[in-house]
Each structure stands twice: as C-alpha cells, then as structure tokens.
Design a protein around this ligand. Structure first.
Ligand code: ZN
Length: 153
C-alpha cells in the first residue's frame, strides 16, 4: 500500500525538473558462449533474442531478450583484450552491469562527475541496441558497473 502511494506521488511530481535515471534499461550478463546462452535464455523466457549485434569497438557480441518490460543483454567477448574477456577471467560468468535509461546522457555525465563518480568515458559512445552509452567505474559504485544509456533518435 505504502509503495503504491509512494509510486503515485513520484509520478505526480512536477516535471519541470530534469528526469535523471528514469528506469533500469537492461541488465548485462557476461557469458562465455553466446550461442549456448541464447538457447538457454530462450528456454528461460520462452522467446528468442530479438536482436544480436556485434560492437567491434568494444570487442563484444551481444544479444537482447525482452521478458515483459525487462530487457536482458548477453555479452560475449570477441577478442582476449575485450573488457568482457577480462571480466570473465576475473569473475566468471554472471551479471556484468546494470544500465539506466537517461534522458540527457551528457547532462548526467556532468552531474555524476560533479558528485564525485568516475566516468570511464566522458564522451558518450555508440553502444549496442541504438544507444549512446557511458560507464561509471565500479570502484565508486559498490562494485557495480553502471551504464548510462540514451536512445539515439
Ligand atoms: Zn549494456
């Protein structure tokens, strides 16, 4: 009950203030074998990936699943220098990052820098699934790699 009314209040808040992180856009999971994981997640959700995409600059191959309103990104390294390859080496498969949808990525980068966060790329770069992305260093966010993403329109 309390939750429902709090959510309502949030929704009714005046909108002249910039909306920052609007929602979790997706959760990224590092996998060793994208093909095998695609099959696994297809079984899990009962629907195949709606998109598979390689981001050459990041050394990753990704696939995206929708499950209700939630999006899951699977990431496989395409070369040993890829950040995903390094993550897998250190931590093994599992949750790699949480991505938040933002309205204005440049304004968010500026705000978060002022708040003392370390932004890994201060100039947003083109990520998968038609997004401009930037990452916060997990050392400053309790070990969680945070991705900001803004839909390219
Ligand atoms: Zn992502």
């Amino acid at each position: 009950m309390y939750r429902a009314s709090a959510a309502k209040l949030l929704f009714l808040r005046p909108t002249n203030k910039t909306i920052r992180m609007r929602k979790i856009e997706h959760i990224g999971i590092a996998v060793k074998d994208l093909e095998a994981s695609n099959q696994l997640f297809e079984k899990l959700f009962g629907a195949p990936a709606y998109k598979t995409e390689e981001v050459v600059s990041e050394g990753v191959k990704t696939s995206f699943f929708m499950n209700g309103p939630n999006k899951i990104e699977l990431l496989e390294a395409t070369n040993p220098n890829s950040p995903i390859a390094k993550f897998l080496e250190k931590k093994g498969e599992g949750i790699h990052h949480i991505a938040f949808d933002v309205e204005d990525i440049e304004a968010e980068i500026k705000r978060l820098k002022e708040e003392g966060f370390t932004v890994l790329n201060e100039t947003p770069k083109k990520g998968a699934d038609n997004k401009l992305v930037a990452f916060l260093h997990p050392k400053g966010t309790n070990g969680v790699l945070v991705e900001l993403c803004q839909e390219i329109v």
